[in-house]
Write a protein that binds this ligand. Structure first.
Ligand SMILES: [Zn+2]
Length: 79
């Protein structure tokens, strides 16, 4: 079991229970396929965690990039 920490609530969960967001170096991808590598952050599939991570630009800091606003919408679409 691969465990990852949610950037919103900071709880550790199974990788399969989390949304993966990867900075590929110029692009930010949600749930990329296994061929895509880069700095990644994880979030629970719930609105509270997503909003928490986005609110204080936590995700931006985590991924060391600025998250495009359309990606924020896409994240909520994953729910
Ligand atoms: Zn969470």
């Amino acid at each position: 079991m691969v465990e990852r920490r949610c950037a919103g609530c900071w709880n550790i969960k199974d990788r399969n229970e989390l949304i993966k967001i990867t900075n590929t170096g110029g692009n930010v991808v949600i749930n990329p396929n296994s061929k895509i590598f880069g700095r990644s952050a994880y979030l629970c599939y719930n609105k509270t965690c997503i909003e928490k991570a986005l609110k204080k630009n936590k995700l931006d800091k985590f991924l060391k990039t600025s998250i495009p606003s359309e990606l924020k919408g896409q994240l909520l679409d994953e729910l």
